[in-house]
Design a protein around this ligand. Structure first.
Ligand SMILES: Nc1ncnc2c1ncn2[C@@H]1O[C@H](COP(=O)(O)OP(=O)(O)OP(=O)(O)O)[C@@H](O)[C@H]1O
Ligand SMILES: [Mg+2]
Length: 398
């Protein structure tokens, strides 16, 4: 009998737990690294050993991952979120483990580096200027309005801002000139999508398109994700051309890819790409949409076990719907039971309750929770999304 395979998971928190649960179902042994911040909540029963990572910066993760791999080389290593991607890629390269490639990991972590390399290869993307301080971009901004200002390596739309007028540009320069390096981009118009793919040895093994609904400008906070989106054949071909160019320029080897783009009048335009598990519970919505477990597939791929045939077409239509409210203090949450009882609602998960503060919705961390919906058809899904929005109401006093 051969020994069971072993997975090392770097970063668990809440959203990484399904990897450990998938490993348990598959009979794959698991060790995991957890940050000090979430150490007390680690799911101790889901891994044979947990390693405590003292800080949340990439260097801290890199040291801890290297130590865990040196203790015993696992068959697979998964870096869960942004702060673990490079740490995992360093160890993957050094110890010959499967992963996105160190090149893909490093490029994915820096939006200015993405623009520079994708620009060199002609991937469709916004015009951009990378500056040491926003004041240096003043003239460029005035010539290219509307523009988007963004930090190089934050997520959740933090610090991402649309600037429409010369006055807004002056105000942004005054407010953000001390922030250091920033990226300024031409604002691309068109609906937004993401593309999630499982890639093995550079080949796309599974792919999904998610249509996004966001708050209006200037902040673009994501409100609804609808998985299993179908483009018309022409657009579909253009999206495929862009995604395969992005994988090639990244030097993507093995793992999950989460790519964001807008569909402009001239075709798809890249927003950014990440080589990690997509956030916002997308793996759950993708799993329901295609009738398989994305976490299990990723674990099998990582530890080098054979994958089953992966689905190509949706068998259902899932969506995640995020809860929001005006700023203030929550006084009541109504309709949760009715929403839970709806046949298309899979779960209702508020993150805030009565007495909690609601802050202005400028980044996704400020949303109040989510509802996962799964319906037989796009029409039924729309009915369910509408029902959730009308029924689940968060009342606040300003
Ligand atoms: N050049 C652009 N043109 C139009 N919209 C843009 C542009 N850049 C960013 N946006 C909008 O702002 C959103 C957030 O930008 P971006 O993805 O770069 O930031 P982020 O912090 O990584 O956000 P997230 O983690 O939510 O993906 C995008 O999803 C998009 O809707
Ligand atoms: Mg993004």
């Amino acid at each position: 009998m051969t020994a069971p395979r072993e997975l090392l998971l770097a970063g668990v928190g809440t959203m990484g737990r399904p990897y450990l649960q998938a490993a348990a179902r598959l009979g794959v042994r698991a060790r995991a690294l957890e940050s000090a911040a979430t150490w007390d909540n680690r799911p101790a029963d889901l891994a044979e050993r947990f390693y405590r990572v003292p800080g949340d910066h990439e260097e801290s993760w890199a040291g801890a991952v290297e130590a865990a791999v040196a203790e015993r080389r696992p068959d697979g290593l998964i870096g869960f979120a942004e702060s673990q991607v490079v740490a995992a890629a360093l160890a993957q390269q050094r110890h010959g483990l499967r992963g996105p490639s160190l090149h893909a990991a490093v490029v994915s972590r820096n939006k200015a580096l993405q623009r520079a390399l994708f620009g060199a290869h002609g991937v469709p993307q916004p015009g951009y200027l990378h500056v040491a301080r926003l004041g240096e971009a003043r003239d460029w901004m005035l010539r290219h309005l509307p523009v988007v200002v963004k930090p190089l390596n934050l997520s959740g739309s933090q610090g991402v801002e649309l600037i429409r007028t010369p006055d807004e540009a002056e105000e942004a320069v005054a407010r953000r000139d001390g922030e250091g390096r920033l990226l300024v981009e031409t604002a691309v118009e068109g609906p937004e999508y993401s593309w999630e793919a499982l890639v093995g040895g550079g080949e796309v093994l599974f792919e999904n398109v998610t249509a996004k609904e966001t708050t209006p400008p200037p902040y673009f906070v994501e409100l609804v994700h609808r998985c299993g989106h179908d483009f018309a054949p022409d657009d579909s071909a253009r999206v495929r051309a862009m995604t395969s160019d992005v994988l090639r320029v990244l030097g993507m080897d093995t793992g999950l890819v989460h790519l964001e783009f807008r569909m402009s009048a001239d075709g798809p335009v890249l927003m950014e790409v990440a080589v990690r598990t997509p956030g916002d519970y997308l793996p759950d919505a993708i799993g329901l949409t295609y009738g398989f477990d994305l976490y299990e597939a990723m674990v099998l791929l990582s530890v080098g076990l054979p994958l089953p045939d992966l689905p190509r077409r949706p068998v259902s239509r899932a969506a995640t719907v995020f809860l929001t409210a005006e700023p203030g203090t929550i006084t009541r949450i109504d309709g949760a039971d009715e929403v839970r009882a709806h046949p298309a609602v899979v779960r209702v998960r508020p993150r805030k309750g009565v007495g909690d503060t609601v802050q202005p919705l400028t980044s996704s961390g400020r949303r109040l929770g989510h509802v996962l919906v799964d319906a037989a058809s796009p029409t039924e899904r729309e009915d369910a999304v509408k029902f959730v929005r009308e029924t689940l109401r968060v009342a606040v006093t300003p």
